[in-house]
Design a protein around this ligand. Structure first.
Ligand code: AMP
Ligand code: GLY
Length: 430
């Protein structure tokens, strides 16, 4: 079978690499892909944009693609799965209606409340309904979120109500275009964050291996928020008891709730949760897709055939599936371009990729492209170096040995990815 992966980041490189390993797969197309997918055996990049829904349908039809997997949220929120279904094509992901869980934070908050799923207290406003007096009466810090898609930039942690007011005004004034037409203001929650990702088929759920990412750019979880500077799997913070609790209190009610509301959820579903000190898994956000960079370590550990799992989900028989995982830990370090996340310098030549390819582990590409036969930077997050090991500490060593082999002018990466998990392991071992 031919498989199409939509997107061009590190997540999509990991998905394409994984699918190409399947004996059932003759070829993997990636639209548009990057320099990493271009170099994978049995993988071919196609110049169709990830958000060009009509172009993707034409491509899948012309190439007789048997299974399409969508990486990023934008085409899902735009209805790519509905368009594929209309053309009789199989595409794994939520419909436009179900993808509102990510596409509209206002919708998600109302949904969470209605279905009794734990989440921060919040209010949603438009400019017309905004209540400045209410805001001034709140205790800072406050979290201000543009409701629509804002490429991961639409969340502000405001240290004072003045700062919250300024952020809200900027959003109403069009800082994120239409995404800031509605604004969610919510209480600031403390705790440890975890990413909880499952596959759903409309009714049943198959949890993926646990993972955790680091959102802040700098060591010690400091500096600006990013899309993710590194991730590892499994995440020791998600104990068996917490896993059961998230399934029972978050994932189960979310999938049942969407089905009851008439928009059953099929696809990857990602709940970003903040674990309170009493263990309550408060939902910070839903994503209607896999995480990036969480996917890279998760795919390194997945032993089952991903295409078979996606097909089982499309045929609504996920309850009979079981995913097999490498018992080892995997850890990925994101290597970013100078200026990330505010801006990113592009076009720097990346050195050391050949030497890195001889080392254990795997480098997945994100913002890279080929220029005159050389791999150059082409985005904020450029590479993700993933190591495997018997514990997170060993996976971390392998990942950093890879990362330290590669360089370009201005490269930046954190040196402490996985520090919480390593501390937990040391605590358990000592
Ligand atoms: P979101 O896109 O909604 O997940 O927000 C991006 C990041 O902002 C999250 O990963 C958290 O680190 C942080 N965040 C979001 N909401 C809250 C909250 N209510 N309390 C504390 N931190 C938050
Ligand atoms: N790494 C966070 C995300 O994919 O949303």
């Amino acid at each position: 079978m031919k498989v199409l992966i939509v997107g061009g980041g590190g997540r999509e490189h990991a998905l394409a690499w994984k699918c190409a390993l399947s004996p059932r797969v003759s070829e993997v197309l990636v639209a548009p892909g990057n320099a990493g997918t271009a170099a994978e055996p049995r993988v071919r990049n196609v110049e169709v944009g990830a958000e060009d829904v009509a172009g993707l349908v034409r491509l899948a039809t012309a190439e007789r693609v048997a299974l399409t997997i969508i990486g990023p949220e934008a085409p899902l929120v735009a209805g790519v799965v509905d368009a594929f279904a209309g053309a009789g094509l199989r595409c794994f992901g939520p419909t436009r209606a179900a993808a509102r869980l990510e596409g509209s934070k206002a919708f998600a908050k109302e949904f969470l409340r209605r279905h009794g799923i734990p989440t921060a207290r919040s209010r949603t406003f438009t400019r017309a309904s905004f209540d400045a007096a209410w805001l001034r009466a709140q205790n800072a810090p406050l979290v201000v979120k543009a409701s629509g898609l804002a490429a991961g930039k639409g969340v502000v942690i405001a240290a004072s109500t003045d700062e919250a007011l300024a952020s809200i005004e900027a959003m109403f004034a069009g800082q994120f275009g239409g995404a800031g037409h509605e604004v969610v203001v919510e209480e600031f929650l403390q705790g440890e964050e975890a990413s909880f990702i499952v596959m759903a088929d409309g009714a049943h759920v198959l949890p993926l291996a646990t993972s955790q990412d680091h959102k802040r750019r700098d060591d010690g979880d400091r500096g600006p928020n990013t899309g993710g500077m590194g991730a590892y799997s499994p995440a020791p913070v998600v104990s068996a008891a917490l896993h059961a609790r998230i399934m029972r209190e978050v994932i189960g009610p979310a999938v049942a709730g969407l089905a009851a509301d008439g928009s059953p959820y099929s696809g990857f579903l990602y709940a970003g949760v903040m674990i309170a000190s009493d263990g309550t898994p408060n939902v910070l956000e839903f994503n209607c897709r896999l995480g990036d960079p969480e996917t890279q370590p998760i795919m390194m550990r997945l032993e089952s055939d991903l295409t078979a799992l996606c097909e089982a989900a499309l045929e609504r028989r996920l309850e009979r599936e079981h995913a097999r995982w490498d018992a080892r830990a995997a850890l990925g370090v994101v290597m970013a371009a100078q200026g990330y996340p505010e801006s990113a310098r592009k076009g720097d030549v990346i050195e050391g990729l050949e030497a890195a390819a001889r080392l254990p582990g795997k480098i997945f590409h994100a913002g890279t492209r080929l220029e005159a036969g050389r791999v150059v930077t082409n985005g904020g997050r450029v590479l993700c170096a993933v190591g495997l090991g018997n514990d997170v500490a060993a996976a971390q060593r392998q990942a950093y040995a890879l990362a330290d082999t590669v360089r370009w002018p201005g490269v930046q990466y954190r040196h402490d990815i996985g520090f919480r998990a390593v501390a937990r392991e040391q605590g358990a071992g000592g």
